[in-house]
Design a binder for this molecule. Structure first.
Ligand SMILES: Nc1nc2c(ncn2[C@@H]2O[C@H](COP(=O)(O)OP(=O)(O)OP(=O)(O)O)[C@@H](O)[C@H]2O)c(=O)[nH]1
Ligand SMILES: [Mg+2]
Length: 291
């Protein structure tokens, strides 16, 4: 057998652990994952390279019924991933039964090709509960293999990785073998900043926030970054900055540490908060921001 390569795309409801799984399979913290739903907004590739194989994994936004144009663009990213998958990973979380996952089921049933249902977060269930979950999903998608996993604790992750390589078709690599993603450093920096917005702020603020990295300058012993945190309204700007700027400073420190870990170097981070009225409702603005 020659070289194997293919697209393995992960879909599922919001917050089930898709991004956590992508990182676990890669063995690297590439994409952001938080306790809040709708963390992921794009399709993001994570590439796992071996001597004789290349697994091109796709993380995707959680499946939902879109309420505004940003969410519609997120669902377009999901449907793109369904088109080119060689293998489809349908992720559900412990306790989520098929009758509560209509958007996921509909898409999975349209897919023709090898499919695995991953029942994630089984660390939260007992033996009986997990067995019931596996049975229910086997019944809903009889052609798929159903596998219990814990992306967070790495349970069944090495076995899954091996299984996926076995399912890949014979194909030359799609990307240079030293590439880890289709996205650039600036994209991941903006994501690490947005991750801290999701971690530090409540209610609508994270869902109204977009981050743009304006400059990235590598100096001999420090990387200097200037980024804008963009919200939809003046009131949200006030919340982000906080009294005497304390909230923004806390956000900046947490984001800087995350970026330093990612880049492996010291970072100076200059964050500015800006208002771009209703950016997530406006197709032209969304396009400009890369959605
Ligand atoms: N207990 C437990 N928690 C998990 C597991 N996998 C993921 N989580 C947690 O579930 C939350 C959501 O994880 P994500 O990876 O961001 O989920 P996602 O499916 O990518 O979410 P969206 O991008 O919003 O669609 C995070 O707090 C994770 O730490 C698991 O195996 N067990
Ligand atoms: Mg995600």
């Amino acid at each position: 057998m020659g070289h194997r390569a293919g697209y393995v795309n992960i879909i599922g409801a919001p917050n089930v652990g898709k991004s956590t799984l992508l990182n676990a399979l890669l063995g690297e913290r590439l994409v952001i994952a938080t306790p809040k739903a709708q963390t992921t907004r794009h399709r993001i590739l994570g590439i796992l390279n071996g001597d004789d194989h290349q697994l091109v994994l796709s993380d995707t936004p959680g499946i939902l019924e879109p309420q505004y144009p940003l969410q519609a663009s997120m669902m377009k990213a999901v449907d793109e991933a369904l088109k080119d998958a060689d293998v489809l990973l349908v992720m559900v979380e412990h306790g989520q039964l098929p009758d509560r996952a209509e958007g996921v089921l509909q898409r999975a049933r349209r897919f023709k090709g090898p499919m695995l249902v991953l029942v994630n977060k089984i660390d939260l269930g007992d033996q009986e509960g997990v067995a019931a979950m596996l049975g229910a999903w086997h019944e809903a998608l009889p052609e798929a293999e159903v596998l219990p996993v814990s992306a967070l604790h790495g349970f069944h992750v090495p076995e899954l990785r091996e299984k996926l390589v076995d399912l890949l078709p014979e194909h030359p690599p799609y990307f240079p073998k030293d590439e880890l993603s289709d996205r650039n450093t600036r994209f991941f920096i903006s994501e690490f900043i947005r991750e801290q917005v999701l971690e530090h702020y409540k209610q609508e603020v994270p869902y109204s926030t977009q981050v743009v990295v304006n400059s990235f300058v590598e100096e001999p012993d420090i990387v200097k970054i200037q980024a804008d945190v963009i919200v939809m309204r003046e009131s949200q700007k006030g919340i982000l900055i906080g009294r005497q700027g304390t909230a923004l400073r806390r956000l900046g420190t947490a984001a800087r540490k995350a970026i330093e870990r990612f880049l492996g170097s010291k970072v100076f981070l200059d964050l500015r908060v800006k208002v771009d009225p209703d950016w997530r409702e406006d197709a032209r603005k969304l396009k400009r921001y890369g959605y």
